[in-house]
Design a protein around this ligand. Sequence first.
Ligand SMILES: [Zn+2]
Length: 133
Amino acid sequence: MASTRLTRQKQEFRRFLEINRDKEMTVAEMAELLKASGSDMGIATVYRAVNRLEGEGILIKTVTGAQGKSAYRYAANDETVRSCHRVFCTCCGKTVDLTYKFTDKLEKNVSDMTGFSLTDHQLMFYGLCSDCR
Ligand SMILES: [Zn+2]
């Protein structure tokens, strides 16, 4: 039954991230919030989930606070990030969605180059925002 529990926790964690998508949180803060909402996910489980989602590009690591703690912000999930383009400030973590449409041509080029029939993509630009420059 361990896998069922794992699946449920995965779903629970993704829902939690959806709800808190505007927040930047450390692993400890996530574990605390989850516990407060009645979850049985311990900090070790949250830590593993965060690592996995960071690897998948769903969570983005940012450094926050005077102690330079690692915090994470929710960047994407496969259902909500369809053809999404953003620019991300590597200093303060500010994210701006880009409305400029250059994707059709880009997808065509990638498709022509690789022979792939594309179903989805994500594009993130990194830099410094006007406040941090
Ligand atoms: Zn900035």
